[in-house]
Design a protein around this ligand. Structure first.
Ligand SMILES: Nc1ncnc2c1ncn2[C@@H]1O[C@H](COP(=O)(O)OP(=O)(O)OP(=O)(O)O)[C@@H](O)[C@H]1O
Ligand SMILES: [Mg+2]
Length: 446
């Protein structure tokens, strides 16, 4: 059921409006005000053909497309179409996090609150995560990092955004289990792809209609700053094949991790941890073209197994990353922050201590190359000694695609510092540190 996807919009991929403009840029001038309002809210005129649901007896419509393709808008418009035609009674909206559902799927520029004409605008009550439409249909917002909330409620329709970035696959299973009321329960999933088991299995299924497309196809509707940034970051890179052109990438020869290794270390719960650190690899500058700051929390249990707990890496000013690192330190109840100090170590320490003066910091210096530092960490994964609690899509992308000549893998560096601190070298597992001291003093500062 695949629709073909050359990168640039060909004639056949243009919307009705784009074709009208090509024929006569002033085509709309002869319209009455009433007709203009009708045109304005008629998605079938604005959508490029790939953004309209394909025919056929699909149960799941999977849109795998590059950043900015118009995935979210397509998903939201499909929900609108179903509501308007009376096909929808109970709709599930599922995003990667609660903030993603609220800020993107519901209130975002392509979200449900923006696409209905004023007289039919739905009512959104954030406190009960619910949207009520003019005809009584109801949509409820769910976050894929709280899969338990999806256990129980039944739906006749679902729209899932960015499924390749969901932390727990269980969310998908629970949703599908509850998608069982109405005559024809259907689901639309919109996402930039990743080679996750879920994506791989969906594209093989007969009841899944797959639409693929690239960022460039929606170029005309993208803010120039967004386009500039996303192209500068990804065009010409391997990851760009995924992020812009929606290719499902294979493993990379020479990378220290591969997808199977990571899938086999995935767990959903963690044991009691005896020690937790937050690894930080700070970006040297904070301009538009600067790198991200890697911020990753890792813990270890009494048997010396590591658990990756969270990835809060971001692109931001020193104050922003320091706040994020310290917030993660508190949230994960970490013992200390381990931060690379090769570039501007004093400034890095000062930045963290300005946000919280007593924060326990360990400055670490890279004396060996990145690959040499990363190899023992990758070996621990191979031995099954490091687990991921849920999925960390961007970190895992870096792990599986980084080779020595690839751009700086900030998330991976932060992970390597944290795992090294906890598990690499001659250090004994914390539980057997003499005199029963299992955690280091949180106030110790190196
Ligand atoms: N056919 C269209 N006509 C006009 N504007 C469109 C069309 N499709 C999408 N857009 C607009 O393009 C912008 C990007 O769309 P959208 O947010 O849906 O893309 P996305 O693929 O979900 O992006 P991201 O990768 O950032 O999640 C939005 O402003 C959206 O309203
Ligand atoms: Mg989107």
């Amino acid at each position: 059921m695949e629709q073909k996807s050359p990168d640039l919009a060909t004639e056949a991929q243009l919307s009705v409006i784009q074709r009208l403009i090509q024929a006569d840029p002033d085509w709309h001038e002869s319209l009455t005000e009433e007709q203009k309002a009708e045109v304005m809210w008629d998605w079938t005129l604005w959508a490029r053909p790939k953004q309209l649901s394909p025919g056929g007896a699909w149960r799941i419509w999977l849109i795998l497309a590059g950043r900015g393709f118009g995935k979210t808008r397509s998903g939201a418009e499909w929900v609108r179409e179903q509501v308007m035609s009376g096909n929808a009674g109970r709709i599930a909206l599922v995003g990667a996090t609660a903030a993603d559902v609220r800020d993107t799927m519901v209130e975002g520029e392509s979200g449900l609150m923006r696409i209905f004409p004023p007289e039919m605008r739905p009512r959104y009550v954030p406190s009960n995560r619910r949207i009520t439409f003019h005809n009584g249909a109801i949509a409820t917002a769910f976050s894929a990092d709280e899969p338990d909330r999806l256990r129980g409620p039944n739906h006749d329709l679902a729209w899932c955004d960015e499924i390749a970035a969901w932390r727990y696959p269980d969310a998908w299973d629970q949703l599908i289990f509850g998608l069982r009321i109405g005559k024809d329960p259907r689901l639309v999933a919109t996402t930039t792809p990743r080679p996750t088991p879920l994506i791989r299995s969906l594209i093989e299924r007969d009841d899944v209609a797959v639409t693929t497309g690239s960022t460039y196809e929606n170029k005309a509707n993208l803010a120039p700053t967004f386009l500039k940034e996303v192209l500068a970051r990804y065009e010409g890179t391997r990851l760009g094949r995924q992020e812009l052109h929606a290719e499902i990438l294979d493993d990379v020869e020479g990378a220290l991790w591969n997808r199977d290794m990571i899938e086999s270390c995935r767990v959903h719960t963690m044991p009691d941890l005896v020690r937790i650190v937050v690894g930080v690899d700070p970006a040297i500058s904070s301009g538009e073209s600067s790198n991200e700051t890697g911020i990753v929390a890792v813990g270890c249990d009494k048997d010396g197994n590591g658990y990756v707990l969270d990835d809060k890496s971001l692109k931001g000013s020193p104050t922003e990353w320091a706040h994020a690192a310290i917030a993660l330190y508190h949230r994960s109840q970490a013992d200390r922050i381990v931060v690379e100090a090769n570039q501007g170590g004093d400034m890095v320490r000062h930045t963290l201590m300005t946000v919280e003066s007593q924060i326990p910091i360990k400055m670490v210096h890279a004396t060996r190359g990145k690959r040499i530092r990363a190899e023992p960490v990758s070996a621990l994964y191979e031995q099954g000694k490091v687990k991921h609690v849920g999925a960390f899509p961007q970190l895992e992308d870096q792990m599986c695609s980084w080779t020595i000549d690839a751009p700086s893998p900030d998330r991976l560096d932060a992970l390597v510092w944290a795992v090294t601190e906890l598990l690499v070298g001659s250090r004994l597992p914390p539980a057997v540190v003499p005199f029963g001291a299992t955690r280091q003093s949180p106030w110790e500062i190196n």
